[in-house]
Design a protein around this ligand. Structure first.
Ligand SMILES: NC(=O)c1ccc[n+]([C@@H]2O[C@H](COP(=O)([O-])OP(=O)(O)OC[C@H]3O[C@@H](n4cnc5c(N)ncnc54)[C@H](O)[C@@H]3O)[C@@H](O)[C@H]2O)c1
Length: 342
């Protein structure tokens, strides 16, 4: 990958830096060529660089204008790929009931690494959708049993669907995927749309309890309320399981995270800030380390089939900036999007 001045010179062949601004809509981002393997590898690399302190990323600051809603300001820079920018994302969990729309929204600004000049404004939802399950499965690659045969997904929205779509890339021996959503139509739509693409059986579970008791690896992507409302009873969770949480501790009881043999975070600084906002009313459990330390080989992953492991990943701007660099480049290469005057 080109870097520094060489990269800037390459960009200058496609647009006039300082005069042009590339705008990419969500549909235009989705149409860019990018393989699942590339997305996974780039996301994992971002985790490693972050934990090796080779990126610049403050914990994401938040606004909470209405109860249970949030906005996150997510800036980051990554020297290795000359990428710098910010994602501005919002989450309104009741949007479906009130407005018939999704809960998450996001826009990204991408800047020239050497001059700071804005290069692009683009959709941030697609990047969020594709990188979040990769963080979960980068965690699972080291923390779950490699011969995992059963996977469970709680929450069948944007994130749940993408988890299910790619889970077999991490677990080639997978036989069954149990899915559950409190909104039954979301479960049905996931199965209808994804069963033809996924090489193992997707089972419609009747309850969260069925998912948790049937699955070696359980992922959750539901909502992040200001006060967690745990619906996964600690007694349903067994030794040897791996929990991949994309929605903080919303669904798990405090007893579960506290008795985990290993409990990892994507960013300790980020979750300490969340604790300051009171998202963890019982406090954080003992943290084994950041998942990037494990992915980078600095700490062991799973060490026995009996370990209960919880990986809590709330999302980091470095993941976005890593993928942004590649999407921006692909857009220039394929002349996607629209050039606007800056
Ligand atoms: N960790 C990250 O990096 C990251 C990134 C993006 C989103 N998220 C979080 O992931 C979650 C899902 O995001 P999304 O964009 O997929 O949202 P979405 O609205 O598309 O899907 C969420 C689904 O969860 C279901 N649900 C809510 N509460 C439930 C419960 N108690 N039991 C079962 N199902 C339940 C909803 O019916 C909905 O279908 C949100 O909390 C969001 O903040 C995390």
């Amino acid at each position: 990958m080109l870097n520094g001045k060489e990269y800037r010179d390459w960009i200058s062949k496609h647009m006039t830096i300082g005069k042009d601004l590339l705008y990419l809509s969500e549909a235009e981002c989705r149409a860019l060529p990018l393989s699942d393997q590339e997305i996974f590898d780039l996301t994992e690399r971002a985790l490693v660089l972050y934990s090796e302190k080779k990126t610049d990323m403050p914990a994401k600051i938040a606004l909470h204008p209405i109860r249970d809603t949030f906005y996150h300001a997510m800036p980051a820079s990554i020297e290795e790929v000359s990428s710098v920018g910010i994602k501005w994302g919002s989450c309104y969990p009741e949007n479906r009931q009130h407005f018939g729309t999704r809960q998450a929204n996001a826009l990204i600004i991408y800047n020239d690494y050497l001059s700071g000049v804005p290069l692009a404004v683009m959709d941030g939802l697609y990047i969020t959708e594709i990188r979040t399950p990769c963080v979960a499965f980068a965690s699972a690659k080291y923390m779950a049993r490699s011969n995992t045969k059963t996977f469970g997904m709680i929450g069948c929205g944007i994130q749940g669907r993408e988890h299910v779509r790619i889970v077999c890339n991490t677990f080639p021996d997978l036989e069954k995927i149990y899915v559950y959503d409190m909104f039954e139509a979301a479960t049905d739509a996931l199965i209808k749309d994804l069963q033809p693409q996924v090489p193992c059986e997707i089972v419609k579970a009747k309850s969260i309890e069925e998912v948790v008791k049937s699955s070696e690896v359980v992922a959750t992507a539901t909502i992040i309320p200001e006060t967690p409302n745990p619906q996964i009873k600690d007694e349903w969770v067994s030794k040897g399981q791996t929990l991949l949480l994309s929605d903080c501790h919303s669904l798990v009881e405090d007893a579960t995270v506290k008795r985990a043999d290993k409990y990892t975070l994507d960013s300790i600084a980020q979750h300490e800030l969340l604790a300051g906002y009171d998202y963890y009313p019982h406090g954080l459990p003992n943290v084994y380390g950041e998942i990037g330390e494990v992915c980078g080989g600095h700490k062991p992953g799973r060490e026995s089939d009996q370990e209960l492991i919880v990986c809590n990943n709330v999302g980091m701007a470095v993941e976005d900036m890593m993928l942004l660099r590649v999407l921006f480049d692909r857009a220039l290469e394929t002349k996607a999007g629209r050039i606007l005057p800056l």
